[in-house]
Design a protein around this ligand. Structure first.
Ligand SMILES: [Zn+2]
Length: 253
């Protein structure tokens, strides 16, 4: 770990008044959740997520979607927040963090204890009937899918139930995007954590923050196309980097 970069990042955090954390799949890989956009090695080699996890694919063949999502759902429900999630809880408790904007659907931020989380790609707390739009608490439904491998159906109309995750080809939740945009414009420091910033329009938020004079820290294993606007780039494991930054804060204060 680069102690000097950690120190510089801690300095930016210390002087910031309103921080926004922007998180992607990389914050959850230390919790054992694979990143299906970049991980072609394991779970996804037989299916193309762009096809099976698109809204068109879902409508055409919901069974293929649930077959695909079954191991991911199991992994997600078994996963625990890691030290990076916990560091963000700490940052919120210090009164520094305005919100977390996340591309993840795994709910690990809220399960860790963060309270202001904008989930741009939805979540697995609820499921909605694609026919009559009735909403249901998702946990029992997902547990049954994991156990039985069935396509869950709406008790009211027998329509297919879709977990409230945003599939490829679907609109992002309007309200969440609006709140995320407002936060990006208001913050004076944005910390990008484990996102390759490739997915539009979420990938525009750091630019928005930058144009409004926010400082930018990027913690990600791979380079991103926004590295050029970052004040600090740390290419290291987020689960060790974020706690190290928090530790620096405590030492000096
Ligand atoms: Zn229904």
């Amino acid at each position: 770990m680069n102690a000097e970069l950690i120190q510089q990042a801690a300095d930016l955090v210390r002087s910031a008044k309103m921080i926004v954390a922007f998180t992607g799949a990389g914050i959850s890989t230390p919790s054992g959740i694979p990143d299906f956009r970049s991980d072609h090695s394991s779970l996804w080699e037989k299916t193309d997520p762009m096809e099976v996890a698109s809204i068109y694919g879902f409508r055409k063949n919901p069974q293929a979607f649930f077959d695909w999502v079954r191991p991911l759902a199991q992994t997600t429900l078994d996963a625990q927040p890691n030290p990076a999630h916990l560091a963000l809880v700490q940052l919120e408790q210090l009164g520094k963090l305005g919100c977390i904007i996340t591309q993840n659907i795994d709910m690990l931020h809220t399960r860790a204890g963060s309270t202001v989380v904008y989930e741009l790609h939805g979540h697995m707390r609820e499921a909605t009937c694609i026919h009559c739009f009735a909403k249901y608490e998702a946990n029992a439904i997902i547990q049954e899918v994991i156990k039985m491998g069935n396509v869950p159906l709406c008790p009211k109309c027998q329509g297919v139930l879709k977990p409230d995750v945003i599939l490829f080809g679907e609109q992002l939740p309007y309200k969440q995007v609006q709140l995320a945009n407002e936060a990006a414009q208001k913050c004076d420091l944005m910390i990008i954590i484990g996102s390759s910033l490739e997915v539009y329009p979420a990938s525009d938020l750091p630019t928005l923050a930058y144009r409004n004079n926010a400082k930018i820290i990027i913690i990600n294993l791979q380079p991103t196309h926004l590295d050029k606007i970052a004040n600090i780039i740390i290419r290291d494991d987020v689960a060790t980097t974020l706690p190290a930054i928090m530790e620096q804060l405590e030492i000096v204060e």
